[in-house]
Design a binder for this molecule. Sequence first.
Ligand code: C5P
Length: 230
Amino acid sequence: MKDPKIIVALDFPDHGQAIEFSRRTSPDQCRLKVGKELFTSAGPALVEELIDSGYEVFLDLKFHDIPNTVEKAASAAARLGVWMLNVHALGGAEMMRAAREGIEVVANRPFLIAVTVLTSMSPRDLQEIGMEIPLPQLVDRLAQGAIESGLDGVVCSAREAPMLRASIGDAALLVTPGIRPEWAAANDQHRIVTPRQALENGASYLVIGRPITQHADPAEALRLITQSIS
Ligand code: C5P
């Protein structure tokens, strides 16, 4: 089985557009990420449809709740057959351990990763909510907590990847959004990294949305990016 490094963010409003996109590419070329917008509008049936057509799906719902609720939600995601899912590391060690237990309900469990600090948060935003610890230290601490709780890795910026590789090791999965090929618009992403640079920095998988999904020819965009990293 191929192990494509690119996870395409299916940030579409509805079932129709997501399925149309999935027909233009193939499971050999990419994995697919279903986030809160698409999941809320199209639901688990869409996820099952994508899996039935051969895709491995990253369910990006960033669970953050009491441990019991997160455990049950993680079990439900695992039963859906997703390849990867995530939680917020800010939910704490007990919550992350519960999520890890939750995914054991299936024989071939999905990968479980954690979001440390949302990249949309600035140091000032953190201060405003009473978090005085410097942002890189907070990211590092949350990432270490995730690994200690039995998670497989974290979502992070490709710029944080070298620091995290050093602190949480080579086995951890580093899943990095904020990726832009040289030819693509930055959109609202501020700290962008090229696909090749992200992998050189230690990323395991690249989450890429608009440079592919909004391209006039998505299959060609995916092919160009794949070529740039092979
Ligand atoms: O279109 P673009 O390539 O910017 O999409 C990036 C995807 O990664 C989006 O689905 C976005 O929600 C997600 N993401 C992100 N930054 C994070 C975590 C997730 O851009 N820190």
